[in-house]
Design a protein around this ligand. Structure first.
Ligand code: SOE
Length: 387
């Protein structure tokens, strides 16, 4: 079996999730090439050296240019905040490396278009990691819709609700600063349900939306928290929050389907409530990431007297990816979708074909985000730019 050297830029939340995926994929799936964890990269040498040891990397780099220049690296994984996606991805593509870039693709539509065009020119595999596409229950939902099992699709309804910044004393971490994150709930979590909408229903044509910031000042962080990067120590000095806490928007799809979206990080009790419902002429489907091994389905052609939403336990061997893990009912977690993404990425590299979502899909998502921002500023419907 061949292998491919991987260089991972970023060692915090996404760096840990991606490291786990590279470590696990060959133990549960047949992959050829298999990823070889050559080096992880970060500017803080003490921190990235520790991460290399803890996460299972052969070595580390403190400069992404040095990582990209290595002959033993054929795949560059960009798992940093959005303000560095463009520069690292363009450098990796120019060096002829395959690329996996975390969502959202970029911090602006102009950057996303530049990256999409560069990927088209580079002739390598260039994939965006929207991890929820690879939750087995989401794959089942997408296939039920594609197979016409719920008939003509009429409505898409999605919410992504979190509460990790509901406390006003939570510090001003990078996800709350526009110059780093690009936007707040819009790019961080609405991006996920926009991508899922594209995956399950199809392209979005136009949107009208709002963006709001409820907590406008927060204490500056004194040191960034470990782990998922969703915690940090706060100081006394205050700073301006420059991104949205929440966004809501309506959408019309190319197909005529109506869409409603809400994303906020100020919904107490909602830890990671990424949920969608799709209604068709013959039924409905509901997914909830907090119950990610289940899918709620309603079919209008069920026998009279027996109609109602029922729960599919999406852990049977016949379900996507499930046969490679545990027996039915033993369930998967958040990290498994990243392993599935790396499995499909390895297959894509073997075939010379980028698995969805590719950079065009990443651009499509970015175009919706940009349209929502424009709509929120102009209080008007905005057409979504095309690739
Ligand atoms: C924080 O909102 C966050 O970590 C997002 O950045 C991730 O994309 C999402 O999967 C979980 O929540």
């Amino acid at each position: 079996m061949a292998d491919i050297g991987v260089g991972l830029v970023g060692y915090k939340f996404m760096g840990r999730a991606h490291s786990n995926a590279y470590r696990q994929v060959g133990r549960f799936f047949d992959v050829d090439p298999a990823p070889r964890m050559v080096a992880i990269c970060g500017r803080n040498e003490a921190a990235v050296r520790e991460a290399a040891e803890q996460l299972g990397w052969e070595g580390y780099e403190t400069d992404y240019n040095a990582l990209i220049a290595r002959d033993d690296i054929g795949l560059v994984d960009v798992s940093t905040p959005g303000d560095t996606h463009r520069e690292v991805v363009l450098a990796a593509l120019a060096a002829g490396k395959h690329v996996l870039c975390e969502k959202p693709l970029a911090n602006s539509l102009a950057e996303a278009r530049e990256m999409m065009d560069a990927a088209r020119q580079a002739g390598v595999v260039a994939m965006v990691n929207f991890n929820y596409r690879r939750v087995p229950a989401v794959q089942v939902a997408q296939k039920l819709v594609a197979d016409g099992r719920i008939g003509e699709v009429r409505h898409w309804r999605a919410v992504y609700l979190q509460d990790w910044i509901n406390d006003p004393s939570f510090p001003l971490v990078w996800r709350l600063r526009k110059e780093v994150a690009g936007s707040g709930a819009l790019g961080d979590i609405a991006a996920h349900v926009v991508d899922l909408a594209h995956f399950v229903v199809g392209p979005i044509a136009e949107v009208v939306g709002t963006m709001d910031t409820f907590i406008k000042q927060r204490p500056l962080e004194t040191e960034s928290g470990g782990g998922a990067g969703l915690s940090a120590a706060a100081g006394q000095e205050m700073g301006e929050v420059t991104v949205d806490d929440a966004t809501t928007f309506l959408a019309r799809f190319d197909s005529g389907v109506t869409g409603t979206f809400e994303a906020t990080r100020l919904a107490p009790g909602r830890r990671n409530y990424n949920s969608f419902e799709v209604n068709g002429s013959n039924g409905s489907i509901v997914f909830n990431q907090e119950r990610m091994n289940e899918l709620q389905v309603y079919f209008a052609d069920d026998p009279d007297g027996l109609q109602g939403f029922r729960t599919i336990n999406v852990t049977d061997a016949s379900h996507p990816y499930a046969a490679n893990w545990w027996p039915a009912g033993h369930i998967l977690g958040y990290e498994h979708a990243f392993v599935h993404a790396v499995k499909d990425l390895m297959d894509g590299i073997k075939a010379g074909q980028t698995p969805a979502p590719n950079f065009e899909d990443g651009f499509r998502c970015q175009a919706v985000l940009a349209a929502v921002e424009q709509s929120a500023a102009n209080h008007a419907w905005v057409e979504v730019e095309r690739p």
